[in-house]
Design a protein around this ligand. Structure first.
Ligand code: CTP
Length: 130
C-alpha cells in the first residue's frame, strides 16, 4: 500500500492539473493532495488566485483518483505534511526539480514532466488580452 502526496495551487483548473494528479495516483494506491492556501500563493506568485482556497479544495477533492485533500499553509512545512500523512512518495512537476530533494531523508521524491503548453498564468494572460 503506497501513499502518494503532491502539492499545488491548482488555480483555474486545467488539463495539466488533471494529468499530474492522474499520473501521481498511478505511482501508488492512495493519493493525498495539498492545495496551497491563498496566502501561500500570494507569497509564491505575488498575486491572489482567481479561485479561492475553499473552491480549489472542492474541485480537487471531486476527482475520483484523489483520496484526501488539505490546505498547504507553507512550503517549509513539506516534511511535516509528509510525516503527518505518512506519505511514501512526494510527486511534484518538473518545474520544481531539485527543490524538494531535502525531504529524501524521509520519502522518495519524483518530479514528473509538466504537460506542455498549458499553465494558469498563461490562461489568465490570454483571457486578459481578449
Ligand atoms: N502542472 C503540470 N503541467 C502543467 C501545469 C502544471 O504538470 N502544464 C503541475 C505543476 O508542475 C504542479 C501542479 O500541476 O505540480 C500544480 O501547478 P500550479 O502551479 O498550481 O499550476 P500552473 O498552471 O503551473 O500555475 P502557474 O502558471 O500559475 O504557475
Amino acid at each position: 500500500m503506497k501513499r502518494i502526496i503532491t502539492f499545488g495551487t491548482f488555480d483555474v483548473f486545467h488539463v495539466g492539473h488533471i494529468n499530474i494528479i492522474e499520473r501521481a495516483k498511478k505511482l501508488g494506491d492512495y493519493l493525498i493532495v495539498g492545495v496551497s492556501s491563498d496566502e501561500l500563493n500570494f507569497s509564491k506568485k505575488q498575486r491572489y488566485p482567481i479561485y479561492n482556497q475553499t473552491d480549489r479544495l472542492k474541485i480537487i477533492s471531486s476527482m475520483k483518483c484523489v483520496d484526501e485533500v488539505f490546505i498547504e499553509e507553507s512550503l517549509e512545512l513539506k516534511l511535516e505534511y509528509i510525516k503527518k500523512y505518512k506519505a511514501d512518495i512526494l510527486v511534484m512537476g518538473d518545474d520544481w526539480t531539485g527543490r524538494f530533494d531535502w525531504v529524501k531523508t524521509d520519502c522518495e521524491v519524483i518530479y514528473l514532466p509538466r504537460a506542455p503548453s498549458v499553465s494558469t498564468t498563461e490562461i489568465i494572460e490570454i483571457v486578459k488580452s481578449i
